[in-house]
Design a protein around this ligand. Structure first.
Ligand code: FAD
Length: 449
């Protein structure tokens, strides 16, 4: 059982709450600057409205509150190199990421006449997903339904989205954690065209898609029946515990934000709602612990990028802006890396079953990212997609990246992935801050009593 006393350790991470809070105090200004003042990180490109929930139909779950709406950014306000017309000139990740040395000798991998500040990390084309990805890609190339959104203009906060729709999404998210159930289901259905219950992605064949939907509907029903939201037993292997912690920590962080930036209907003001915090988080130290755990893994993932940033193409618009973006991000990665590492990913996926386990882990996380299309509130869907992508990117870096590799062999990190990663770190940094604030409010209440 976990406690959140300052000096106790966060389970499965080699760090105490107090250390993570100290690091947060130090790095928070840099994260805030990046996520509020640097265009590269404040605009997110995603398919917000174009994808139906692939698992069930839920028109009744649509949220029509004003707070659920998302204000879209105008394409003319964003750098030219991010616009659909420019992105269409790129080959996408199939163009191999040239290393700095190779770049000089080989012909340009780009189809069009793009500036040297644009590269395949800026764009992603449909059906080109890297098999090392932990999420379905959000920004599918030029012809898709992608929109640009300013994350500053659409803050994650209370929207009023709740009830069966929200509950079903959370239940289905946690259902992805039932590794044993899934293994059995996959075995039973291994003759299906998509090779498993729903672990192998959305099939192209419409009959297979219908089968998948039936399986999901059945499973959703089972989830609702059995109320399967429960943490994995402690004796479960580290990887499965980590999977659960990531989901629960993300949920806790979302709850923290909606309680911290709550709409008070009496005063018409936005602000912290202590009762909301007490009901959802204060009495659940495991949820808080998982949130800290997520902060630790995000810190480690961002620190791991440090050496690779020198060769990253930022596609921020022009050379000066690119260099400014690189400098500001490097300041953050240097600052994180000046502390001892807070998470050791090398202890994961080490035993003989690890290849299968890792693939299962990855497929399950991709399903979680697909589930975000089932969220009935636009604002919640935006932040749900961004954060699943942020965690997916962190896992890609933790489990697929070699931090000392400088010859372009690491998987490509797309712009949207980097934006999601840093903003997810920002969300967690904010959650730690909100947690301290709520703690002080509770203490004040106790003193007054
Ligand atoms: P829920 O938060 O819906 O939780 C359902 C059940 O999950 C709980 O009863 C509990 O058994 C379990 N649970 C809760 N927290 C955890 C945890 N951390 N770990 C493990 N188990 C847990 N609402 C907003 O106002 N703003 C948003 O930005 C927003 N974003 C959302 C994003 C997503 C992806 C989803 C699915 C929902 C979002 N919502 C948002 C809705 C919000 O998360 C709640 O679902 C809603 O407020 C109803 O809360 P609830 O009290 O019914 O419990």
């Amino acid at each position: 059982y976990c406690s959140n006393e300052p000096n106790s350790l966060v389970s499965d991470a080699c760090v105490s709450y107090a250390t993570l809070e100290e690091i947060n105090t130090e790095v928070r200004p840099a994260i805030q600057f990046l996520t509020h003042n640097v265009d590269f990180f404040t605009y997110y490109r995603l398919d917000l409205y174009g994808r139906e929930c692939p698992f069930w139909s839920d028109d009744a779950g649509f949220c029509a509150n004003r707070a659920c709406a998302v204000e879209l950014a105008d394409e003319k306000d964003i750098p030219e190199s991010w616009r659909s017309s420019e992105l269409g000139k790129l080959e996408g990740p199939k163009a191999s990421q040239p290393s700095p040395e190779v770049k000089k000798e080989e012909p340009s991998p780009f189809k069009g006449t793009l500036g040297e500040d644009t590269a395949e990390s800026c764009v992603f084309e449909p059906q080109e997903g890297d098999k090392r990805d932990y999420c379905v890609a959000e920004d599918e190339g030029n012809g898709s339904n992608c929109v640009y959104v300013s994350l500053v203009d659409n803050p994650e906060r209370f929207t009023g989205y709740a009830g069966t729709s929200a509950n079903n999404v959370w239940k289905a998210v946690y259902q992805e954690n039932c590794f044993n159930t899934q293994a059995q289901t996959e075995k039973q259905s291994s003759n299906q065209p998509f090779g498993g219950a729903f672990g192998r992605g959305i099939p192209a064949d419409p009959n297979a898609a219908a089968n998948l939907k039936n399986v999901m509907d059945r499973r959703k029903h089972e989830v609702v029946q059995k109320n399967l939201i429960s943490p994995p037993p402690e004796e479960q292997c580290l990887e499965k515990r980590v999977f659960y912690r990531v989901l629960s920590g993300m949920h806790a962080s979302i709850s923290m934000h909606l309680c911290h930036d709550f709409f008070n209907q009496t005063t018409g003001q936005w602000g912290p709602n202590l009762q909301c915090y007490k009901d959802r988080l204060h009495n659940f130290p495991d949820r808080i612990q998982n949130m800290y755990f997520n902060y630790a893994i995000l810190l480690r993932a961002v620190a791991k990028l440090r050496k690779n940033l020198n060769h990253y193409t930022f596609c921020a618009g022009d050379k000066r802006t690119n260099e400014f973006t690189r400098k500001k991000l490097s300041a953050l990665t240097d600052s994180i890396a000046s502390h001892p590492s807070v998470f050791d990913e090398s202890v994961m996926f080490r035993d003989e079953n690890s290849i299968v386990l890792k693939e299962d882990f990855r497929n399950r996380f991709r399903n979680v990212s697909r589930l975000m299309d089932c969220v009935g509130c636009d604002k919640c869907r935006l932040w749900g997609k961004l954060q699943t992508s942020g965690y997916g990117t962190a896992m890609k870096i933790l489990f697929e990246y070699d931090e000392n590799e400088e010859n372009g062999k690491n998987p490509v990190l797309r712009r949207t992935e980097l934006v999601a990663l840093i903003n997810t770190l920002g969300r967690l940094s904010n959650s730690l801050y909100a947690f301290t604030r709520f703690g002080a409010m509770i203490e004040r209440e106790r003193v007054i009593e």
